[in-house]
Design a protein around this ligand. Structure first.
Ligand code: PGA
Length: 258
């Protein structure tokens, strides 16, 4: 099996005030320390990126600063949106693209998500492309079809030499924030199919090197069983990322899995 460094990223969504966001980032940094064998990132809300980035830099931290979204155009009349240059100016290194709440609550299309992935990679940053089926799609036996459609659209403008800056997050929508995680076997099966889609687009070597995270109610007590699956390369964590005490055990589970 190719060795893929696991990556565990906290998606803080629309939570925290400035002081608690900074304290959480510093807490994650201090608890993780000089840990190795895993990449760790945090994605605060846009308005906290500046303060969190400054705190991480001041601590000399290796925790990756991520944004939860971005707009595709470089500049102009896009009221309420945030550009890539605004993010890089604040030290952002990674951007989530197509999180299920963006797709299903805000209404982002597969095509828009693909444009965001390309824009992020073209700007030299790292992207996490999220995909995953809703409960009704799962019950209709559409899981693999939905993931394939979202991954193909998400990768439509991506060049082979950009793939090392891309991570895919499989996040079944019915598992996000519900306390109901996919079984390790279900996650593994979905990841294998997603990897096969990457292989059909970019070849076996690129697919073998692609990190595919699981997300959806990953917690300290289920993280190890999920990340121990051979094709599960870490996690994208919501609720359990909001406290260093629950985020760090997941990071440790990822270290121990390889
Ligand atoms: P959850 O969220 O861990 O709270 O289920 C995961 C996510 O939305 O990325």
């Amino acid at each position: 099996m190719p060795s893929r460094t696991p990556i565990v990223v906290g998606n803080w969504k629309m939570t925290q005030d400035k002081a608690s966001a900074v304290a959480l980032a510093v807490g994650v940094h201090q608890a993780w320390g000089a840990g190795s064998g895993v990449e760790v990132g945090v994605c605060p809300a846009f308005v906290h990126l500046d303060a969190v980035g400054a705190a991480l830099r001041q601590a000399g931290s290796r925790v990756i600063l991520g944004a939860q979204d971005v707009w595709t155009d470089p500049n102009g009349a896009f009221t309420g949106e945030v550009s890539l240059s605004m993010l890089t100016d604040l030290g952002v290194q990674l951007v989530l693209c197509g999180h299920s709440e963006r797709r299903h609550v805000i209404g982002e299309s597969d095509e828009l998500v693909g444009k965001k992935v390309s824009a992020v990679l073209n700007a030299g940053l790292r992207a996490i492309l999220c995909c995953g089926e809703t409960l009704s799609e799962r019950e209709a036996g559409q899981t693999d079809r939905v993931n394939e459609r979202q991954v193909r659209a998400g990768l439509a403008g991506v060049k082979a030499d950009q793939l090392d800056r891309l991570v895919i997050a499989y996040e079944p929508v019915w598992a996000i924030g519900t306390g109901r995680n996919a079984t390790p076997g279900d996650a593994q099966a979905a990841h294998v199919r997603i990897r096969a889609v990457v292989a059909s687009l970019f070849g076996d070597a690129a697919a073998g090197a692609m990190r595919i995270q699981y997300g959806g109610s990953m917690k300290p007590d289920n993280a190890r069983a999920l990340i121990d699956q051979p094709d599960v390369d870490g996690g994208l964590i919501g609720g359990a990322a909001l406290k260093a005490e629950t985020f760090l055990p997941i990071v440790q589970a990822a270290v121990g899995s390889r």
